[in-house]
Design a protein around this ligand. Structure first.
Ligand SMILES: [Cu+2]
Length: 167
């Protein structure tokens, strides 16, 4: 009796551990493989009457922060005027999030010769990673769900066995 109960306890413990590890691995894989999981922030400095860099490539959802490092007041205004800052004195910043892909040219409203462009591309300008097997997110969700269900069922079955043995 004692040995069998201990035996069950060991089996229960190892199964729980295995299930937990499997779940952890599945979630880790899913997180590393989910593209664009983290939005990046980019900095553009305004100095010597120029945007630096005056051309950047980012991914959708990324933000760009312009900082006026000149003693002169500048602005950042999109060419279509749908986005942009007000007057920026020295040290002031303006941040804009770009959610759609495209080329967004902009300039300084006070000094129109100051121009720049933000390229928003799906790969954010980084060379496409050799994205292993290319599992779709729905497939990943299915795998995670399956692992979770198997783990839960195993735990419940073993728990019940343990209780019935006890009784
Ligand atoms: Cu300016």
């Amino acid at each position: 009796m004692k040995t069998s109960r201990n035996d069950l306890r060991i089996r229960f413990a190892s199964l729980t551990t295995i299930a937990a590890i499997a779940l952890f691995v599945a979630v880790s894989i899913a997180l590393t493989m989910t593209p664009g999981a983290s939005a990046a922030s980019h900095d553009v400095s305004i100095s010597n009457f120029a945007f630096s860099p005056n051309s950047i490539t980012i991914a959708p959802g990324d933000t760009v922060t312009w900082t006026n490092s000149d003693g002169t007041t500048h602005t950042v205004i999109g060419s279509n005027e749908s986005w942009g800052s007000g007057n920026m004195a020295n040290g002031q910043t303006y941040t804009h999030q770009f959610n759609e892909t495209g080329d967004f040219t902009y300039h300084c409203a006070i000094h129109p010769s100051m121009t720049g462009v933000v390229h928003v591309t799906s790969d954010g300008g980084t060379p496409q990673q050799p994205h292993s097997p290319g599992l779709s997110s729905s497939a990943l969700i299915a795998i995670i769900a399956a692992v979770a269900v198997v783990a839960a069922v195993s735990i419940v079955v073993l728990w019940r066995r343990m209780r019935s043995k006890k009784a």
